[in-house]
Design a binder for this molecule. Structure first.
Ligand code: R5P
Length: 291
């Protein structure tokens, strides 16, 4: 087995390689003056089962790099090529929201299925699709970070109440709360646009004496978290931590959230200064289940 790290995921790829005691190769990626990609493995891949680690942010660029790497590995004689995509982009585009629109999740899955033998990912945004097998034609394993987030909460936060900011977050919120042995509450959200959301709390709920721990799969524009934080503050809640599995932090989401004076923690599925929860152990276990 050879773990190969693309530039977007080198640190995580090296951690996985150390944990599975496997050889490691960088995937060096250069750009020609016209913007085209040039790529090379720094170790021989012939006869190896190559595990390529590439996170899908930025989505298009990184997905293209992953596919170039997969076909190059095969061309160089790799026996099998598995993709570890700690963050899998395009999963939220799971239906035709407007007529004539692309269902991007399906296209992304079709492209990756053609290039790889198997895929492992962490907490993909499964909403209208319930299983990865609905869109991938190769074996696709989904690993959840809920357990290690629960352990993080248990170790680091006293008097926590887990808050899932919308109905879709119940799958993480309930599991995190179970592991941390604390209560959970799942709110409802109305989304008017990508930057305009409304969060609805159940009336009569009191979080005042609690440490509110907001848990969601993705922090993108940050509006879901920021709207929830605003309301918690209005209720007089003093201690707030936001935990996201995938910290995308588009535009100025991160400075804006930081300004609100809350603690922000993410998993290292996407490299970011907020990374505080390491998923390499989960990925090692997932590889073990498949070997
Ligand atoms: C959507 O339902 C997801 O679970 C997240 O709540 C959402 O992607 C967060 O997006 P944003 O940070 O832009 O509000």
């Amino acid at each position: 087995m050879l773990i190969a790290g693309c530039p977007g995921a080198i640190e995580l790829a090296k951690r996985i390689a150390r944990k599975v005691k496997s050889h490691y190769s960088n995937v060096e990626i250069g750009t020609f003056p016209d913007g085209e990609t040039n790529l090379r493995f720094t170790r021989p891949v012939k006869g190896q089962h190559v595990i390529l680690v590439q996170t899908m942010r930025p989505a298009n660029e990184n997905m293209m790099e992953a596919m170039f790497a997969a076909y190059t590995a095969r061309d160089l004689g790799a026996k099998k090529v598995t993709l570890i995509a700690p963050y899998l982009a395009y999963m939220r585009e799971d239906k035709r929201f407007h007529s004539g629109e692309c269902i991007s999740a399906r296209v992304m899955a079709r492209l990756l299925s053609a290039a790889f033998d198997r895929i492992i990912t962490i907490d993909p945004h499964l909403h209208r699709f319930h299983k990865l097998s609905e869109i991938f034609s190769i074996p696709a394993a989904r690993v959840t970070a809920a357990g290690i987030i629960g352990q993080y909460v248990k170790r680091n936060i006293r008097g926590a109440v887990i808050i899932g900011p919308d109905e879709e977050s119940d799958q993480w919120a309930e599991e995190v709360a179970k592991v941390a042995k604390v209560p959970a509450d799942v709110l409802t959200k109305t989304r008017y646009s990508s930057v305009h959301v409304e969060i609805h709390f159940r009336s009569g709920e009191s979080y005042k004496r609690k440490h509110a721990v907001l848990v969601d799969d993705i922090i993108s524009t940050g509006h879901t978290m920021m709207e929830t934080i605003k309301q918690l503050k209005r209720m007089g809640v003093k201690r707030i931590t936001c935990i996201g599995v995938h910290g995308l932090f588009t535009d100025d989401a991160y400075p804006k959230m930081k300004k609100m004076g809350v603690k922000i923690v993410t998993a290292n599925t996407i490299s970011h200064p907020t990374n505080g929860i390491d998923v390499s152990g989960l990925l090692k276990d997932a590889l073990g289940r498949w070997s």
